[in-house]
Ligand binder design. Structure first.
Ligand code: ZN
Length: 175
């Protein structure tokens, strides 16, 4: 999945899945807030910076003019919408005017805050049959073929009670 990140998404510090893009203007906006090593690393490695075509910006502008959102959209906002449209990507933004124009253009969007929260939650996938855990969502256990269920991991639970795993693996004697 492709995602286009606005300045607030870049600044959120949240990690997003998929192919990530942003515009040169959004990067310039973020730079005005200063930079952190984390942000630099994100921009260097994870996020591709692309400029949208003038045609795509034109399409965004004509819709935004109709809705009256054009006055509330900065050139950066329009560029992000245009890039998302060009790439067929989901736009990550908390800006209401951007969201409004995005929905009229058929551009899917996600709110950064919600998205960020969702990323922090650790989901685990556990086989109902053999009890194996998986990092990635799978429907069927590749080991025993049973149904795999999604569970919410509780990281703090483990610190209070220490469980011993694999105590039977060193069993001596004949098999
Ligand atoms: Zn299984």
């Amino acid at each position: 999945m492709r995602r286009v990140l606005d300045a607030s998404a870049l600044l959120s510090g949240a990690s997003f899945d998929g192919e990530l893009f942003t515009t040169p203007e959004a990067v310039a906006e973020v730079r005005r807030y200063g930079s952190t090593p984390q942000l630099d690393a994100t921009l260097a490695v994870k996020v591709r910076v692309l400029a949208p075509s003038t045609e795509a910006i034109g399409a965004v502008d004509s819709i935004a003019r109709e809705t009256g959102d054009i006055a509330r959209l900065s050139p950066t906002d329009r560029g992000l919408l245009a890039l998302a449209r060009t790439l067929d990507a989901t736009l990550l933004t908390d800006d209401y005017s951007i969201q409004n124009v995005a929905s009229l253009l058929g551009i899917p969007f996600e709110r950064v805050l919600e998205r960020g929260i969702r990323e922090v939650v650790h989901w685990r996938y556990r086989c109902a049959g053999c009890g194996r855990f998986f990092e990635e969502p799978v429907r069927e256990c590749p080991v025993c073929g049973s149904e795999v269920r999604t569970t919410r991991a509780r990281p703090r639970e483990a610190s209070t009670s220490r469980s011993v795993h694999g105590d039977s693996s060193r069993r001596h004697g004949p098999r």
